[in-house]
Design a binder for this molecule. Structure first.
Ligand SMILES: [Zn+2]
Length: 266
């Protein structure tokens, strides 16, 4: 199973998961945070079109995860199903996706060769969704836009080989930024975003529970309050043993593809 993050951050999020199995390719997209034109271009460079996706997994409805352009850009024919938790049931219509074919995911859903699981995450008033995608022996976990790590996330991510995890801000840069105090509070109060340290703590706790992911793809770095160099330095200082597993998704350009599971499934 192959993961390529197409873009990651407050200016837009989308990631593609691809599985080749028995001469067929199966693609899942996570989030629709790029404009229809841009996303279609990026998908076409990956050899798939929107109509060919097995499904779109929607983490939540913020505009950087569900771009307003989809109100008009969503295909009326052959649209892939949008997978979301029932709590988020109003999102497609609110975003203007009246033709959207929604598939509810309470805990678990089988979709072609994929087994998809979901978990609610604390984020603003409506929350976000963590996903775990398994196919054969390959497993990818995804958790972004979470104010803190809820306890069940540890068990949920046990055994994933590739973990996509938010690492939004450096606390010192956040506090020193020119942002208004209420915004800083909203981000750091446990219902906003995950800091670099919180991301490290979570990976460390998986490691201590003998469930270390082979690769950690850090997501959603703040442009104002974080920097890839700061993230790398923090990991080298606080978790040097885990730092070689680290990858950082780029804000605007597709990141290197990473493989989860046996190469035969890639
Ligand atoms: Zn976001």
């Amino acid at each position: 199973m192959r993961l390529r993050v197409l873009a990651s951050g407050s200016s837009g999020n989308a990631a593609l998961i691809t599985l080749h199995q028995a001469d067929r390719r199966h693609d899942l997209l996570i989030d629709l945070g790029l404009s229809p034109r841009r996303l279609r271009g990026l998908l076409s460079a990956e050899g798939v079109d929107l109509e060919g996706l097995a499904a779109v997994l929607l983490t939540h409805g913020d505009v950087d995860h569900l771009h307003p352009g989809w109100a008009r850009g969503w295909p009326s024919l052959l649209a892939p199903p949008i997978v979301l938790r029932p709590d988020h049931g109003a999102l497609p219509a609110r975003a203007g996706l009246s033709q959207a074919t929604t598939r509810w995911i309470a805990d678990e859903l089988s979709l072609g060769p994929f087994r998809i699981r979901s978990l609610a995450l604390p984020h603003d008033s409506e929350g976000s969704t963590a996903f775990r995608i398994d196919a054969g022996e390959a497993s990818v976990g995804w958790a972004t836009d979470l104010g803190r790590v809820p306890d069940p996330l540890h068990e949920f991510m046990r055994g994933v080989q590739v973990l996509g995890l938010e690492s939004n801000y450096d606390p010192d840069m956040q506090r020193a930024s020119a942002r208004p105090e209420h915004l800083k509070r909203r981000i750091m109060d446990g219902r906003g975003h995950l800091s670099n340290e919180q991301a490290i703590d979570f990976v460390r706790s998986l490691h201590q529970a003998d469930a270390t992911p082979e690769l950690v793809m850090l997501l959603h770095l703040s442009e104002q309050c974080n920097h890839p160099d700061v993230v790398r330095e923090t990991w080298l200082r606080q978790a040097p043993d885990l730092a070689p597993r680290l990858r950082i998704a780029d804000r605007r350009t597709p990141s290197e593809a990473v493989i989860a599971g046996p190469a035969a499934l890639a």
